[in-house]
Design a protein around this ligand. Structure first.
Ligand SMILES: NC(=O)c1ccc[n+]([C@@H]2O[C@H](COP(=O)([O-])OP(=O)(O)OC[C@H]3O[C@@H](n4cnc5c(N)ncnc54)[C@H](OP(=O)(O)O)[C@@H]3O)[C@@H](O)[C@H]2O)c1
Length: 253
């Protein structure tokens, strides 16, 4: 895909790799809608990135607010706000060419100690919200004349189970299955679907999990890789990418 002039929608844009995706896309002259809850962080990003970055304060778990925003932004608010946006859409695509489902969080703990609310929050944010947003964007992509791309951010935790992260594992494994099915379902509509499985990246994700260290991957490197992915020729699909730090252990003091 030639990125200049394209429109992207990135969830989890206020920090970490989501903010890096926005920066990298804007360097390629895309228009980027960045979704997250923390308005002040989004506004700071806009002051750095300029008017091609459009901050959107939304909780991905607030499905009616998300649907309202999509109707207003991409459908000129046709009054359809009741869960049927995809079935009512029949006009030419004015929707995003790129959707990066990135918003997510990890809450860790032994299975008998993990509060059910933490399980629910992860399931809703990391998995259900991806389905709920994707189903609203896909009709516009299907109607588009050009190739579109959905990128889902899973994790190596979507490939390998490990002690004390069972809930996070379940969400990221779930995203893997959703992505593979979607890839097969949407390829004939010229919609690419890629699922990405990163190892540790130095972001705010680790604020409550022991902090970052210099041997973790850098968000900007992950974002540059996603740009390469998006720029592949139209009839060339990379459906999965795993990436890890070469030397994952913290440097010895
Ligand atoms: N860091 C890693 O090592 C690593 C490895 C593999 C995969 N991942 C995945 O990468 C993705 C991004 O994480 P990150 O490492 O960049 O961590 P991060 O800096 O904590 O970023 C998480 C982003 O998700 C957003 N978010 C969380 N809940 C949200 C909600 N309900 N509604 C809207 N936005 C929400 C946050 O924004 P607000 O708080 O402003 O809403 C924030 O922008 C996650 O899916 C994570 O599972 C991370």
């Amino acid at each position: 895909m030639q990125l200049k002039g394209k429109t992207a929608l990135v969830t989890g844009a206020s920090s970490g790799i989501g903010a890096e995706f926005c920066k990298a896309l804007i360097e390629k002259e895309c228009r980027v809608y960045g979704i997250a809850r923390r308005t002040e962080r989004l506004e700071k990003l806009r002051s750095q990135l300029g008017d091609l970055f459009i901050p959107v304060t939304l909780d991905v778990n607030d499905h009616s607010a998300m649907e309202r925003w999509i109707n207003e932004t991409f459908h000129g608010d046709n009054g359809n706000q009741g869960g049927q946006a995809e079935s009512s859409y029949s006009g030419p695509s004015t929707g995003p060419d790129i959707l990066i489902n990135n918003a997510g969080l990890g809450m860790f703990g032994a299975v008998d100690e993990l509060p059910p609310e933490h399980w629910d929050t992860m399931m809703q944010t990391n998995l259900t919200s991806v389905f709920r947003l994707t189903r609203l964007i896909v009709p516009m992509m299907k109607a588009s004349d050009s190739t579109n791309h959905i990128v889902n951010i899973s994790s190596v935790a979507g490939l390998l189970g490990n002690p004390n992260i069972s809930g996070y594992n379940a969400t990221k494994f779930g995203l893997r299955g959703f992505s593979e099915a979607l890839m097969k379902e949407l390829r004939n509509f010229r919609i690419k679907v890629t699922c990405i499985y990163p190892g540790s990246i130095a972001t705010g994700f680790f604020d409550e999990h022991g902090g970052t260290h210099p041997n973790m991957m850098q968000g900007s490197d992950v974002a540059n890789m996603v740009i390469q992915l998006l720029e592949t020729p139209d009839n060339f699909l990379i459906d999965e990418i795993t990436m890890r730090p070469l030397i994952p252990k913290p440097p010895q003091k």
